[in-house]
Design a protein around this ligand. Structure first.
Ligand code: SLL
Length: 152
């Protein structure tokens, strides 16, 4: 294998969650109040599966099977629940990259601020969202991986 000395290449990703209230609709016999989705995706929903092999989401231990692994896009998990907590996101890259997995943290957000940006109360059906933008930087990438990144 040949690494590209002195070269860095990066790819943007967006990760985070959206959430909507259940408004009293019962999910089984649970006390869940919200439906939410946590996701890792490309900018403008660009397919990231050429460099992302799989994504592992570690949920709060109150969830059944809190370790959720998504092997193909969309890299997301949808659930219902009642509380906010930190989700550990582990991104595994295409094996040809030789890269170690990248760990990210996201605080699941269910509740809006009191008002929207115009000072109006948050509309009851408007999803609450919390997303972060990040650049995944590959330092001295393996040459074949570098080529793959550039071709996509
Ligand atoms: C804490 N913020 O840190 C709280 C934990 C956990 C949320 C919130 C349970 C889902 C289920 C759920 O919504 N957990 O019943 O499976 O202590």
């Amino acid at each position: 294998i040949k690494r590209m000395k002195g070269i860095s290449i990066s790819r943007p990703i967006i990760y985070g969650n959206s959430a909507t209230p259940l408004h009293g609709k019962k999910v089984g016999d649970s006390d869940h109040t919200h439906r939410w989705t946590i996701s890792v995706r490309g900018v403008n929903n660009e397919d990231i599966s050429y460099f992302v092999r799989k994504v592992a989401f570690k949920l709060h231990d109150t969830y059944e099977n809190p370790n959720r692994v998504v092997e193909k896009p969309p890299f997301e998990i949808s659930e219902t629940g009642w509380g906010e907590f930190d989700i550990i996101i582990k991104i595994h890259f295409n094996p040809i990259s030789g890269e170690k997995p990248l760990t990210l943290y996201h605080h699941l957000k269910l509740h809006p601020y009191e008002e929207d940006s115009l000072g109006n109360p948050w509309p009851k059906q408007k999803p609450v969202t919390s997303y972060s933008y990040d650049e995944v930087v590959f330092n001295e990438p393996i040459d074949t991986f570098y080529t793959l990144l550039q071709e996509n």
